[in-house]
Design a binder for this molecule. Structure first.
Ligand SMILES: [Zn+2]
Length: 287
């Protein structure tokens, strides 16, 4: 059964580790992430952007697929199904469809409107026992056509949003979606410490987990980050595994064209990446 991300993230914050959010794109992705979580006895959050939701057929299709897998694959570790960077309307839609967690990204609104919309969603999420992530200060880079400039979130604004009763808070600290540029300045730990100081016990979320050096990940966790989003890295692993298979001409040998064979190296590559991240984040054996 899907669960809210609340308990797993509060436990992570207290235990000084982070739970990974791995974005899914199809059945292979979902199965790879769920099996890896189970094999490593780790809690996990499946992330779905609005674009990925459309791609997979719709939110009900995703809820059906994930719930089916939890049962058929005997997944017993805590699993949350979470909307990533949701609009207000999208947040309402996934709640209706049966997601267990929602991110409302109001970071592009003025703070007053972000507060107003987040307040509404806190009420709805609380009534249904779902977790809600809010965002202050846009995350840099491009995700699903949304381009953020990569602000450093204002600690006072973070406190305003945290005090609304959100489950977890994403705050920009120089992190970027997608690959990091060569001249990237790194995470702003002074800003992170100020945000932590201002927001108290709310678990903090680090977006754009692909390509952040390991020491920075560990330092961020020590400063209150309890959820780390990974998306691009699984895409790169999947593409690399698939490319190698095709470049080796394996799809042309025997029944190598069978999708179950053709997609297997990419599937295994996602599993390896997810395992590596769970080990780095410290969530192994924390289910
Ligand atoms: Zn993000």
């Amino acid at each position: 059964m899907l669960v809210s991300a609340k308990d797993m993230l509060n436990k992570a914050r207290e235990g000084k580790y982070a739970v990974g959010q791995f974005n899914i794109n199809n059945l292979e992705w979902t199965k790879a992430v769920l099996l890896t979580a189970q094999e490593n006895n780790s809690p996990v959050i499946l992330g779905v952007s609005e674009g990925a939701g459309k791609y997979m057929g719709g939110y009900k299709t995703i809820v059906g697929m994930v719930n089916g897998m939890l049962e058929d694959l005997n997944i017993t570790v805590p699993v949350a199904l979470h909307l990533d960077h949701g609009s207000y309307e999208g947040s309402l839609k996934v709640i209706e469809a049966g997601f267990s967690s929602v991110m409302f990204d109001g970071s592009h609104y003025k703070i007053e409107e972000n507060i107003a919309k987040t307040t509404e969603l806190v009420k709805i999420a609380e009534a249904k026992g779902l977790s809600l992530e809010a965002e202050v200060g846009s995350i840099g880079g491009e995700e699903d056509g949304v381009v953020g400039a990569g602000e450093i979130a204002d600690a006072a604004e973070c406190k305003l949003i945290a005090d609304l009763g959100v489950t977890m808070l994403a705050a920009g600290i120089g992190n970027i979606h997608g690959k990091y540029p060569e001249n990237w300045k790194g995470l702003d730990f002074t800003a992170l410490a100020a945000i932590k100081e201002a927001t108290g016990d709310v678990p903090l979320v680090l977006h754009g987990g692909t390509g952040i050096p390991e020491d920075m990940i560990k330092k961020a966790i020590s400063l209150g980050v309890a959820k780390i989003n990974v998306n691009t890295e699984c895409q790169l692993s999947f593409a690399e595994g698939t490319r190698k298979y095709i470049e080796a001409g394996k799809d042309l040998q025997g029944k190598g064209f069978d999708p179950r064979k053709l997609l297997a190296p990419g599937f295994e590559a996602i599993k390896a990446t997810v395992k590596e991240k769970m080990e780095l984040f410290g969530s192994v054996n924390q289910a």
